[in-house]
Design a protein around this ligand. Sequence first.
Ligand code: TYM
Length: 434
Amino acid sequence: MSLRVLTGITTTGTPHLGNYAGAIRPAIAASRQSGTESFLFLADYHALIKCDDPARILRSRLEIAATWLAVGLDTSRVTFYRQSDIPEIPELNWLLTCVTSKGLMNRAHAYKAATDANEAASEETDAGVTMGLYCYPVLMAADILMFKAHKVPVGRDQIQHIEMARDIAQRFNNLFGNGRDLFVLPEAAIEESVATLPGLDGRKMSKSYDNTIPLFEGGAKALKAAVARIVTDSRLPGEPKDPDNSHLVTLFDAFAQPAEREAFRADLRAGLAWGEAKQRFFDVLERDIAPMREKYNDLMSKPEAIEEILQEGARKARATAAPLLAELRESVGLRQFNALPVAPVAVKKENAAPQLPVFKQYREADGRFYFKLSAADGRLLLQSQGFEQGREAGQWVGRLKTEGGAALGEVPASLGEGVEADEVAAALALFAQA
Ligand code: TYM
């Protein structure tokens, strides 16, 4: 199989220089290399997580589609599509959701940022957190794994999501692959120098910080106005500037040739005025962007042509996605009955690991919380007393699983009828082995 490259942009706003330098430009460059198959798309299901304004979503989808096409995406080489045109993706999302631990999602940066902000504001931890936000990394894993992508060109903020996609893929392969790799384990492709392009105020350029420089929207005038708003220090014209402490220089570097970077630094050290430095940055940007902007404006006036391109892209994408999804359905057991040769017979595996006993926690009509331990054949091994709090029952279950028989002397519980403590200890030891 050739090297598969895949990346997407969330359709919640207008593309900015950070999206361009961090993801779009490297993805287009990769798509031109021989031996590469590219999947580039509009992440419009993701947009619904962050935005409940249909008009904005609609506009952003068009702008991002026109952007991909204007920057040189060759539809004869690349599969270019909208996420929401591929029904296999939400179906895969569900298959992956079922093997993804909640703990993994608890660690996702976007979710943690939301809960940290809530806690700092003395709000309830999960206030305003939707299941969409919480499970966002699973949908992103589905985007990537659906097309068996090897490389995912992204900015630094997406690295964790790609690592999670690897974890989820690995788990799915282990559970259902039967020795085969159903999914490829993807890797982030990061260009260090532009992995976190700064915005106007020096923080990461981001729609959420409102510090972006738009790539095309508003034309040269808006671009120039945004460049003029880049924050610099207050050194006057003629005063030496420190190029290593200026995000204007980082931005300049992302678009300039090596010789231009050297000259820019030397001139700043020699006292180049910030106003002139910004003009130079604008000129460098315009050199790249002006020709693409013309195409962009032309495309924006032809939404029906873009629609046609995307419909064709969806057909191509589905031709790849559908066979894999069929294989996945098969591997998890969602098979058609007429494909079964005979009624399935449960086969007892030789040397199979002994079956684990089962803990159950529950609440009785007395309002108290209980747990019980039953052997794999259903016999009652241990019955707890009632607890005021469900947490207490959970803590005892945790201790019995980790400490085994050693915790039996302390646990407020009685043995099942005719059951010896040794048998319970042996049953508990199975948890440690598992
Ligand atoms: P999104 O839409 O926030 O950003 C799109 C891409 O732009 C990169 N980026 C940046 N790179 C460098 N400097 C910056 N300041 C900067 N700001 C944004 C992002 O890292 C990203 O690569 N979840 C994704 C979209 C997505 C996706 C996927 C990406 C959905 N499914 C599958 C790759 C593969 C997102 O919200 O990106």
